[in-house]
Design a binder for this molecule. Structure first.
Ligand SMILES: *Cc1c(COP(=O)(O)O)cnc(C)c1O
Length: 390
């Protein structure tokens, strides 16, 4: 029977033992045994994902988790990693070699930016950035040695939206690998593979876990690409732990209902803040004032769980706002059932100049709210009482 993604997220259970347990058991084992020397030799001779040998290579819990992510993204196959950064770094290391060049959107996750500017040059890999609002400039940056186009949409923390289908057209024309970080939307709202991306990667630490408990990552795409990634990860070791995979697979069962609630709460907060006198700008993909609203509604089925707004009074007001909060958490994670507020200019991006911050979409009074699953009125009341004190 063909199943909807919501059902697959719940019913795609690949592992069961002779106990016929209902929930997937936890396979905490470092390695797997064989009935004969011949079977063991055959397992080692075969470097596919099919036979379990050692949990750095594959594990039943890790397989179940990644099979679900691949199914939800509409991908042929996938590989799980210990963190989102491990997924990103493994992708760069597998598909880029000395002398190659990567084109990336300017608004990307801070650690990804650090890999591109501090580490890839050590191996002779160059990068160019395109303004996230001008994907039409990508073509002018392509060189003979360009091997990858990379972007994040919506971006963290600026919530910029890039037209995935448009960029996929360029990558196909020049035969360049196209990689999308789909962490903010999750496959519940956006499936970049269906829009032409070659590889989609995730930090499972955020909305996929959804409860602020654990790290994880994933990359999905065509079988031949995933096979290359698998061999890199199997040998270099940024693998996902079976325990985290077990919990993350269970988390996926509630991903769709959680994302619906995150996004309806977020849209409500965004709409309410539009008219607040202390707020000069509100950004949310599904607000029709968002500069790329038309693209957002074309490629996403909901606006996701993150809202940003600009508080009048810049850096000082940003700090005052955080200090006045009574319920919202002041922490750097996002995608939690608990609503989280952060102020990038005084924290994650405090070492950049105003111009550098502006180039990645961060203004002095920018507040990022990862809207949780609490009652929407309680979230709004805490934000408005804190704004009143700024
Ligand atoms: C958090 C995040 C990452 C990194 O993931 P980790 O699990 O923290 O390693 C990558 N991309 C985006 C968009 C993120 O928000």
């Amino acid at each position: 029977m063909s199943l909807h993604p919501e059902t697959k997220a719940i019913r795609l259970q690949t592992e069961k033992t002779s106990q016929k347990e209902h929930a997937t058991p936890l396979f905490l084992t470092s390695s797997f045994t064989y009935d004969s020397a011949e079977d063991m030799a055959a397992a080692f001779a075969d470097d596919t994902l099919d036979v379990n040998i050692y949990s750095r290579f594959s594990n039943p819990n890790v397989d179940e988790f990644i099979d679900k992510i691949a199914a939800l993204e509409g991908a042929e196959a996938g590989i799980a990693t210990g963190t989102g950064m491990a997924a990103i770094f493994s992708t760069f290391m597998t598909f880029l070699s000395k002398g190659d060049h990567i084109i990336s959107a300017s608004a990307i996750f801070g650690s990804t930016h650090t890999i591109l500017t501090k580490y890839l040059p050590k191996w002779g890999i160059g990068s160019s950035y395109f303004d996230m609002n001008r994907p039409d400039t990508i073509e002018s940056l392509i060189r003979p040695e360009t091997k990858m186009i990379y972007l994040e949409t919506p971006s963290n923390p600026g919530l910029d939206i890039i037209d995935i289908e448009f960029v996929a057209g360029i990558s196909r024309k020049y035969n360049i690998l196209f990689v999308v970080d789909n962490c903010f939307a999750t496959p519940a709202a956006q499936q970049p593979i269906r829009l032409g991306a070659d590889l989609v990667l995730h930090s499972a630490t955020k909305f996929i876990d959804g409860q602020g408990r654990m790290m994880g990552g994933a990359v999905v795409g065509k079988k031949d690409l995933v096979k290359q990634l698998y061999l890199f990860i199997r040998n270099t070791g940024p693998s996902l732990s079976p325990f985290n995979a077990w919990a993350l697979s269970k988390s996926l069962e509630t991903l769709f209902v959680r994302m619906e609630k995150h996004s309806s709460n977020a849209l409500f907060i965004a709409e309410q803040l539009l008219s607040h006198p202390k707020v000069s700008m509100v950004k949310y993909p599904f607000l029709n004032t968002h500069p790329q609203y038309d693209i957002a509604i074309k490629q996403m089925s909901n606006g996701g769980g993150v809202v940003t707004f600009e508080i009048k009074g810049g850096i000082d007001s940003g700090r005052k706002f955080l200090n006045a909060l009574q319920i919202l958490s002041m922490t750097s994670n996002l995608g939690d059932s608990r609503t989280i507020a952060s102020h990038p200019a005084s924290t994650t991006h405090s070492k950049l100049t105003d111009e550098e911050r502006a180039s990645v979409g961060i203004t002095p009074g920018l507040i990022r709210i990862s809207v949780g699953l609490e009652h929407r009125d309680d979230i709004l009341n805490d934000i408005t009482q804190a704004l009143d004190k700024c």
